[in-house]
Design a protein around this ligand. Structure first.
Ligand SMILES: *Cc1c(COP(=O)(O)O)cnc(C)c1O
Length: 469
C-alpha cells in the first residue's frame, strides 16, 4: 500500500477546525471569479446572474432557488471538448444534475451522456439524447434496466459484475434458454477497480480494492470479466473503464490507474490477441468551492492525461485506444447559485452569528454529508458594514443542517435579505430530499437577461399526492 500526499495544502473538505475560521475578506461585496458563474456580476451592488437581477428572480420564482446559468454550462462543455477532442470523447455524468434542459444543452454542444439508473436513462431518452450517445453505468443494474437500455440502443453499457454479464448474455441471446427475440449487440466496457482512490490533493493506491464498484484488477476478476464478455457472441467488447474518485485537482492518481489498466490491456492482448479500442478514465475533475480551492485548467489536465495514456501504451507496445472522460461536477457545478432568503438571525454571544435561511440540508446535503465548504454573499444589496462571522444554517431539525460553516456577512444583515451560495450545480438538486416535508426548490435557467423554469418547485399537493394512506 502506498499513500502519496501532495504538498498543496489541506484536502478539500478537511476544513479548518470550527474555532479557526479563515480571515475575513477585504471587501464583502467582491465576487471571487473562480467560484462564480462566468457571467455573474454586481450591478449597483446587486448580484446579477445571466443578466438577471437576483431580486427579480426571487420575486418571480421564490426562494430557495437554484439559478443555473445556461451559457456557463455550455462554455464548460466546449472547454472539455476542445481539450479532449477531436480524437477523445467527453460524456457528461448526468447524476451530477439530471434534467432534460441540461441534457439537451450538453448534447447540443457535442457531449455524450452517462446515466446510472433506469430513471436517469428515461430522462436522457425523453430529452432526445441520441441513444448511441448514452452510456449506462451502475453497480446493480436490473434485468429490466439492461433490457430497456439494449432495446433503446444505448451506445455503451459498462459491465460492473458477473451477474450483469450473465444478464446481458441472456438478453442478447448468448445464453440458454434464448429470449423470445434476441436484441442488438451492445458495446460493453468492463469497469475495473484499480485500487486507486483520489480526492483533491491526494490519492491512495492499494493492492486490494475494498469497494462495491467494478471488477478487481488485483484478484484477476477483471481478466475473467473480459473473458466472459468475449465469450458472448451477442456482446461486443469495446474496452476498459476506470473511475477513481471525485473533486480531483491533479493527475497523479489517474497516472497510477492508467498504468494498471494498461497492464490489463497487455494481458488481454497476450491472451486473446486483441487490442482494446476504448479507454474510459471516468470523471472526478475538481472545481473551486471556496477561494482557497485552486482548480486546474481543463487544458492542462487533458494534456497530462493524454500524455500518460500515450506513454503507457507506447511502453507496452499497444496502439493508443480512444480516450473518454466523464466530467459531471466540472460541467454543471460552477454554473449554479443557490438563492436563499434570510429568516432569523441569532447572535450566540462571543462565538458567532447563526443566520437561518429558508432551505438547508434538503437542498444541499453536501456540507452535512462530506463536510464540504462553501462561501456565500449578501446578494440583494451592497453593504459596507463590518464583517460578522456567521454560520448559515437551514430550517431542518438537525444541528448538522449547515449550509455554510464559516461565512463573513455584513453586520447589518437583516431578515428578508437574499443570500447567494455559488457552485451548487452538482450533487445538490440531484441529492435533494423532502426531509421535514419541505418541497424541493425549482431550478431556473438564466441566459442573456431571460429566465425560465427548467425544474419546477414541488408543491404541497405534490408532497400530499404520495401519501395515500
Ligand atoms: C460520478 C461519476 C462520474 C462523475 O464524477 P464527477 O466527480 O461529477 O466528475 C463519472 N463517471 C462515473 C463512473 C461516476 O460514477
Amino acid at each position: 500500500m502506498s499513500r502519496v500526499a501532495h504538498p498543496a495544502g489541506p484536502r478539500h473538505g478537511d476544513v479548518l477546525p470550527a474555532d479557526h475560521p479563515p480571515a475575513p475578506p477585504a471587501d464583502l461585496n467582491e465576487l471571487q471569479a473562480s467560484i462564480w458563474p462566468r457571467q455573474a456580476r454586481r450591478s449597483g451592488g446587486v448580484l446579477t446572474l445571466g443578466g438577471m437581477d437576483v431580486r427579480d428572480l426571487a420575486a418571480e420564482f421564490g426562494t430557495p432557488l437554484y439559478v443555473c446559468d445556461e451559457e456557463d454550462v455550455r462554455s464548460r462543455c466546449r472547454d472539455y471538448l476542445e481539450a479532449f477532442g477531436p480524437d477523445g470523447r467527453v460524456f457528461y455524468a448526468a447524476k451530477a444534475f439530471c434534467s432534460r434542459a441540461v441534457l439537451r444543452w450538453v448534447s447540443a454542444e457535442g457531449l455524450g451522456v452517462d446515466v446510472c439508473t433506469g430513471g436517469e436513462l428515461e430522462v436522457a431518452l425523453s430529452a432526445g439524447v441520441p441513444p448511441e450517445q448514452i452510456t449506462l453505468h451502475g453497480n446493480n443494474k436490473s434485468l429490466e434496466e439492461l433490457s430497456r437500455a439494449v432495446r433503446a440502443g444505448v451506445g455503451h453499457i459498462v459491465a460492473d459484475s458477473f451477474e450483469e454479464i450473465a444478464r446481458l448474455a441472456y438478453l442478447t441471446g448468448s445464453a440458454s434458454p434464448p429470449p423470445a427475440e434476441p436484441m442488438a449487440r451492445p458495446n460493453v466496457l468492463v469497469r475495473v477497480t484499480t485500487g486507486v482512490e483520489a480526492h483533491t490533493h491526494e490519492f491512495m493506491a492499494t493492492a486490494h480494492d475494498d469497494q462495491k464498484f467494478g471488477f478487481s484488477l488485483a484478484s484477476g476478476a477483471a481478466d475473467e470479466a473480459v473473458r466472459r464478455v468475449l465469450a458472448c457472441p451477442g456482446l461486443s467488447f469495446a474496452g476498459l473503464h476506470s473511475h477513481i474518485g471525485s473533486q480531483i485537482f491533479d493527475t497523479a492518481g489517474f497516472e497510477v490507474a492508467a498504468h494498471r489498466v494498461v497492464e490489463l490491456a497487455v494481458r488481454i492482448h497476450d491472451e486473446h490477441g486483441i487490442e482494446i479500442a476504448e479507454l474510459d478514465l471516468g470523471g472526478g475533475f475538481g472545481i473551486a468551492y471556496t477561494e482557497e480551492d485552486d482548480a486546474p485548467e481543463v487544458k492542462g489536465i487533458a494534456q497530462s492525461l493524454r500524455g500518460i495514456v500515450d506513454g503507457q501504451c507506447r511502453a507496452a507496445g499497444l496502439t493508443r485506444p480512444r480516450l473518454t472522460v466523464e466530467p459531471g461536477r466540472a460541467i454543471v457545478g460552477p454554473s449554479t447559485v443557490s438563492l436563499y432568503t434570510v429568516g432569523t438571525i441569532k447572535d450566540v454571544d462571543g462565538i458567532r452569528t447563526y443566520v437561518s435561511v429558508d432551505g438547508g440540508m434538503s437542498d444541499n446535503i453536501r456540507t452535512a454529508l462530506y463536510d464540504a465548504s462553501y462561501e456565500c454573499v449578501l446578494a440583494s444589496r451592497a453593504s459596507w458594514a463590518p464583517p460578522m462571522l456567521s454560520r448559515v444554517v437551514g430550517r431542518h431539525c438537525e444541528s448538522g443542517d449547515i449550509v455554510v460553516r464559516h461565512a463573513y456577512l455584513p453586520s447589518d444583515l437583516a431578515p428578508g435579505d437574499l443570500l447567494a451560495v455559488p457552485a451548487t450545480g452538482a450533487y445538490c438538486r440531484s441529492m435533494a430530499s423532502n426531509y421535514n416535508h419541505v418541497s424541493r426548490p425549482a431550478v431556473v435557467a438564466v441566459n442573456a437577461g431571460t429566465a425560465r423554469t427548467i425544474v419546477r418547485r414541488e408543491s404541497l399537493d405534490d408532497l400530499l399526492s404520495l401519501d395515500v394512506g
